[in-house]
Design a protein around this ligand. Sequence first.
Ligand code: UD1
Length: 439
Amino acid sequence: MGTGMKKMDQYRMRGGRPLYGSVEISGAKNAALAILAAAVMTDDVVVVDNVPDVRDVRVMIGALEDIGARIRKLDKHKLEICGAGITGLSVDYEYIKKIRASYYLLGALLGKYRKAEVALPGGCAIGSRPIDLHIKGFKALGAEVDIGYGLISASCEHLLGNHIYLDKVSVGATINILMAASLAKGKTIIENAAKEPHVVDVANLLNSMGANIRGAGTDVIRIVGVERLHGTEYSVIPDQIEAGTFMFAAAATHGDVLVKNVIPKHLEATTAKLLEAGCEIVEYDDAVRVVAKGRQLHPTQVTTLPYPGFPTDMQPQMTVLLGLAQGTSTVTESIWENRFKYVDELRRMGADIKVESNIAIICGVPTYTGARVSAPDLRAGAALVIAGLAAKDGETIVDDVYYIQRGYEEFDEKLRRLGAEIELCSSERTNKRLMKKVS
Ligand code: UD1
């Protein structure tokens, strides 16, 4: 499968250069993970294009192959998937511990085979990650759900449509229920559904496979179950978080960057906050230009919320940017309980940030200084790279880039093309050099 576990890799960079030029955004990782799971719900061939070539996707491919699906790479971003050969209905802990999104196989397999078993996901770096709403949904559709021996298993004779109210807006639960309900008998209504673009993307894929789903993108989704799904060709939407990350990198380095292959509508919350922070934004049909050259960054207030609110997956990047604004800002995290761990690392680069429960109070500093820091998770890792690129003085080393590579395709290459001085190295080499210096 070649997920290439190189935990020891690191990015080394010298900041202070504004980013200039244009960058092409890849397909959305979080949409692709769900879409790959949904693609095996038919025995026909499904071709999926614009799949980002990132580690989490490779892990999902491994999980699918492990249960017997056949996957052929047609090119770097195009996969041919066939779920006809699935024999195993049990997804191993090996996969779930690497990507929690492998729990999408619960909804997909339960819908198709009326039975599925997935290792129970634990917590993660950003907080406890309950799945009670997924379970509530499966039970409402008539499944028996058991937890034991580290597994969650769901099974039933018949899946029957039902009215399901989600107590909290959950992307994962909405998608999982959507998949199972597509092949249930009768009508399902999901109330208080997540409205994220990738929920809509999964619904569009399923509809093009013959499902009958309406209302995806609003908070009430109506599904009329069908007997079977068929093959299709589908292209994944652009990654709004990757796009946002490059927009913030442009802003933090006072550059001028055209972010291409995006759906500007999906970026509205990000764009609004960049405007408040004093950047100029030009919107095109499928691109957004961020101009921060020669501009002073202004402080502002942000709260993370479900879509169309400001995405929690952009929170660390936002904090890094506001750390350079002239004045005091606040960033409130309302989705995950423990998503400010990276702030300690950022402080080592000179940031002046205090965290009180779920609020970061940020006093802007004129610049960061280079330091050796460690990526605690995917998005915080990308945010620390932005900080390193903005640091006017000193070299920054971001360790554990493994996390960043989970969700960013060619992150360093794309940044280099914008003029950044960044390279991917093995940390063993750095350690050896440091040892030499010390002795
Ligand atoms: C997805 C994204 C993740 C993003 C998150 C919120 C993927 C692969 N991951 O995660 O990057 O940060 O959306 O936008 O798409 N909750 C419950 N019970 C449940 C499920 C969730 O209480 O059964 C709570 C969670 O603890 C959290 C909130 O609901 O506070 C949102 O979680 P959810 O939208 O489910 O996140 P994920 O789908 O896991």
